[in-house]
Ligand binder design. Structure first.
Ligand SMILES: Cc1ncc(COP(=O)(O)O)c(C=O)c1O
Length: 419
């Protein structure tokens, strides 16, 4: 939601200018270097960034591509998802998750999210696999809904917090499914794996993972960009071919691919910013802790839930309230930017009418979508700005609580008169 410009010192939802001004010299040096070498596509700038990003994710390989959507599509295809397969994911995510599944020729089917983390609920995944799928004569797991083979799961690490990966991976192993992480919002997020008895990074746990470097992401390019990670050299090689017209050697096309490469300039810019990502993520965690501290006793506001097995990187700080539209309008008039991520769950979007899901099919996702509001969140957000955001939230909630009490008193009065 855009902010009211008539209010002094508006607080934006996101400040993308400050980090670019701070890094201007380093960033413009990348342009100069690219102009002088004219190496605009591929080359050392891309390869160096790929190496550094793989290391950041604790993954063996990273393949830089033109967007997070392409990264997810290539990860699915290279991991063996075939046209006609079913890929299971959540309805509470950005549409790119399911677009990539469809673009790989597969069909998305959904399971509901967890009430507290808003990520895939492993119990619901287990229920889906057990009750909504069957095993055919050939031993293939088949969806009862579509009659198609179920081959992959895409947990989404939404808002910068990893899904509960241990039970998801365990189910995937039991049912022989491939797990592809949608880590597009979770650069640097960590999960404590009880199985491995250590903290593990987003992008290091699934067969492959997808990251977006859309400008507003924790690591954002100055344009469109993305990357896929994997610990499997064969999948990395396949993804490199998919991004480059199916060729590993120029003009020798083993398969049909796409034009999904990352520009060298974007890779260079991302490499400069990658050096600051751990610090920016730590600042986001501090800002989230401050919001939590200020909001924890406001009963009508549900703050984000971070389980002890999670170190989230707060791409977004999302609260849930009763009167979302009222709160957003109030914050707008106070000059405070907000957003909704996302207002309509995917199973109820027009684009997926043909999937024949109904309202009520995923009650948690539907309830969450009706109440969530994303508050201003970026590394440079000042504590004083946060205090003002929270002050306005509390003003609004106490105003509405007062209205409820007054309404109760009026209706009590009316009851008394009629009694
Ligand atoms: C959860 C999720 N998946 C996939 C994507 C797609 O990334 P991109 O916009 O870079 O294609 C995004 C980006 O917004 C996202 O948030």
């Amino acid at each position: 939601m855009s902010v009211s410009t008539s209010v002094p010192n508006p607080i934006p939802f996101l400040d993308l200018v400050t980090p670019h001004v701070e890094l201007e010299q380093e960033l413009t040096a990348v342009f100069r270097k690219a102009l002088r070498s004219a190496g605009f596509i591929g080359g050392p700038m891309v390869e160096e960034f790929e190496k550094a990003f793989a290391a950041f994710c604790d993954a063996s390989h990273s393949v830089a591509v033109s967007s997070g959507t392409d990264a997810l599509r290539f990860a699915l295809m290279a991991s063996g998802v075939k046209p006609g397969d079913v890929v299971v994911t959540v309805p509470h995510t950005f549409i790119a998750t399911t677009e990539a599944i469809s673009q790989a020729g597969a069909l998305p089917e959904f399971v509901d999210i967890d009430e507290r983390t808003y990520n895939m609920d492993p119990a619901k995944l287990g229920e889906y696999l057990e009750k909504q799928c069957t095993v055919d004569d050939a031993g293939t797991l088949v969806s009862r809904r579509s009659g198609r083979p179920v081959t992959a799961v895409v947990p989404v690490h939404l808002y910068g917090q990893m899904a509960d990966m241990d039970p998801i991976l365990e189910l995937a192993e039991r049912y022989r499914l491939v797990v592809i992480e949608d880590a597009c919002q979770a650069h640097g997020a960590e999960y404590f794996s009880r199985k491995h008895n250590r903290w593990m990074k987003a992008g290091s746990m699934g067969r492959a993972a997808a990251f977006s470097f859309y400008p507003g992401k924790n690591l954002g390019a100055c344009g469109e960009a993305g990357a896929a990670t994997t610990n499997d050299a064969g999948i990395a090689k396949h993804m490199k071919m998919l991004r480059d017209h199916g060729q590993a050697t120029k003009y020798y096309h083993d398969i049909e691919g796409y034009n999904g490469r990352l520009d060298a300039i974007q890779a260079g810019l991302l490499h400069v910013k990658l050096a600051h990502l751990a610090k920016w993520n730590a600042q986001r965690r501090e800002r989230a802790a401050e919001y939590n501290r200020l909001l924890v006793s406001t009963e009508s506001v549900a703050i984000p839930h971070e389980p002890s097995s999670s170190r989230a990187v707060y791409h977004l700080y999302v609260i849930c309230v009763e009167d979302r539209e009222g709160l957003m309008a109030h914050l707008k008039s106070a000059g405070i930017g907000t957003g909704i991520h996302y207002p309509i769950p995917l199973h109820l979007q027009k684009a997926y009418a043909a999937l024949n899901y109904l309202k009520g099919d995923f009650p948690v996702a539907e309830k969450v979508a009706a109440g969530i509001v994303s508050l201003p969140m970026f590394p440079q957000l000042a504590p004083e700005q946060q205090s003002r955001v929270v002050e306005e939230i509390i003003n609004f909630t106490s105003m509405t609580a007062r209205k409820c009490v007054e309404a109760d008193v009026v209706s009590l009065g009316a009851e008394n008169r009629t009694a």
